[in-house]
Design a protein around this ligand. Structure first.
Ligand SMILES: [Zn+2]
Length: 70
């Protein structure tokens, strides 16, 4: 993995008013002067749907029951 080169943007830092904001990630901006960080994406913390494995477990359990019955 290579060190990505920071490209200074013209975005002004809301904390120190300098133009030292760099695009740390495609959605994350970071100020080199005051370590201000802004995440534009900020994904909502949604729980992964557990229905998949649950259904799978149910099917496996059902199969075991069927195997025992038959
Ligand atoms: Zn700053």
């Amino acid at each position: 993995m290579t060190v990505s080169t920071f490209i200074p943007t013209s975005v002004q830092c809301p904390q120190c008013d300098s133009h030292s904001i760099v695009e740390y990630k495609p959605t994350v901006y970071h100020c080199l002067k005051c370590d201000f960080e802004k995440n534009l994406s900020d994904p909502p913390k949604s729980k992964p749907t557990s229905s998949g494995p649950a259904v799978l477990g149910l099917l496996v359990g059902l199969g075991v029951v069927l195997a025992l019955v038959l």
